[in-house]
Design a protein around this ligand. Structure first.
Ligand code: CTP
Length: 405
């Protein structure tokens, strides 16, 4: 189940740390490459050597010095992980994680990680029920962290109640589930990608620098998440993903037609295409011959997303704003004017953002003005962020049932 997956286990200082030896062993037997990080307190309960023998990998404890072969350990460990499991997670660790405190290798690595994180709290019942712990857990849940409910039973402190670490087999099942969870199953998603091509004559066109990478990553992630995806693509520099329906178009007018054909039946539209704002009024039927001067008369193209904003019933609408200045201000304006659920904004002039590179530096802006700013990340990682948010929104709204077409 977990073949080729890199799982980073963070062990904090709880008595249940001994159970995590079995978790590490089971994950390894499922095919995962497992690394363990421990807080200093955790080493009071289980020796790092135990985890090292079980996983076959060096165990990291110290912020400086002991992460063999790793340069800048916390970043390397965060990059290594496809998912991080924190088990057992103490109340102290949860409080630090919820508030972004990073005062050791584990908390720093977690803060530097933009992958899936599962947390298995384990503590005394009163500590677990304390409003401080509950509110920290709520903060983490809202950020998309998966929280495993502790089991009820006899606790190490001699009392009985909620707070036991779930059994290793259950923890491992939860880890497997995050890789197989189809958060968009039963949903239909329309994604547009690439740049439109507006003909000047049969051989020339007005185009733009969009590569289609971001849109293709979003379409792929949506399909991998179980959605039935239609990708409407203009000019793209990458191969479109395989497990979805691809409709190729050239102009903004064609893109609009194809989008409108299926708009009523989809749950969400993610308009990542760079749609040309203008087209040539009268494209020449034959190749235009050289002359000293030439004037092209342009007319305005339809704004597809704006139109969808006026037509939308329950559909989720996501737009993009590629800007070169005043990014947030312009993006907020577009979000409101186009009646979107959120907009993904980026400064295309920033290094590591923009058209032909595999990374992006983006912010997501919500209708209530909330801004989520992400560090530079792979377009595939940003696609995951976008799809997670679409899945959260679509949980409450029902538009399509797949197979009804
Ligand atoms: N969009 C669209 N139809 C258009 C233009 C843009 O559907 N004719 C969509 C894009 O796919 C993107 C968002 O609207 O999701 C971008 O909006 P906007 O920035 O208004 O497009 P620009 O043409 O870049 O606008 P401006 O020139 O004002 O910056």
């Amino acid at each position: 189940m977990l073949a080729d997956k890199n799982i980073l286990i963070g062990v904090t200082g709880g008595i249940a740390a001994y159970k995590v030896v079995e978790v590490a062993s089971r994950l390894k037997k499922s095919g995962a490459n497992v690394r363990v990080m421990m807080t200093k307190n955790a080493t009071e309960f289980v020796s790092p050597r135990t985890f090292q023998e079980i996983t076959g990998n060096a165990v990291s404890v110290e912020m400086f010095g002991d992460a063999a072969n790793f340069h800048v350990a916390h970043i390397a460990l965060a990059d290594f992980a496809d998912a991080i499991l924190i088990a057992p997670a103490t109340a102290n660790f949860l409080a630090k994680m919820a508030h972004g405190i990073c005062d050791d290798l584990l908390t720093t690595t977690v803060l530097a990680c933009d992958k899936k994180i599962i947390v298995a709290p384990s503590m005394n019942t009163k500590m677990f029920d304390n409003p401080a712990t509950q509110s920290n857990l709520q903060i983490l849940r809202e950020r998309g962290v998966k929280i495993l409910e502790p089991a009820t039973g006899e606790l190490a402190c001699g009392t009985t109640g909620k707070g036991r670490l779930p059994e290793p087999v259950e923890i491992c099942a939860a880890v497997e589930k995050i890789f197989t969870d189809k958060i968009l199953s039963g949903k239909k998603i329309l994604v547009t990608a690439g740049g439109t091509v507006e003909a000047i004559d049969p051989v020339r066109y007005i185009g733009n620098r969009s590569s289609g990478r971001m849109g293709c990553e979003i379409a792929k992630t949506a399909a991998d998440s179980g959605a039935q995806v239609t990708l409407i693509a203009g000019k793209i520099e990458v191969e479109p993903p395989k497990n979805l329906t691809v409709i190729r178009v050239e102009s903004a007018t064609q893109m609009r037609e194809e989008v409108l054909k299926i708009f009523d039946s989809v749950d969400a539209v993610i308009m990542s295409a760079a749609v040309a704002d203008f087209r040539v009024k009268n494209p020449a039927a034959q190749k235009i011959k050289k002359s000293d001067e030439m004037t092209l008369e342009l007319v305005k193209n339809p704004d597809i997303l704006r139109e969808l904003g006026t037509l939308k019933q329950n559909q989720i609408l996501i737009g993009f704003a590629a800007e070169t200045q005043n990014v947030l201000e312009y993006a907020k304006k577009k979000l409101a004017e186009k009646n979107l659920d959120f907009i993904v904004a980026n400064d295309v002039t920033a290094e590591g953002a923009g058209f032909s590179v595999p990374t992006n530096i983006a912010s997501i802006i919500w209708r209530d003005g909330t801004v989520e700013s992400f560090p530079k990340m792979k377009k595939s990682a940003l696609a995951e962020k976008i799809i997670e948010r679409v899945a959260n929104l679509s949980g409450d709204r029902k538009i399509s049932t797949v197979n009804d077409a």
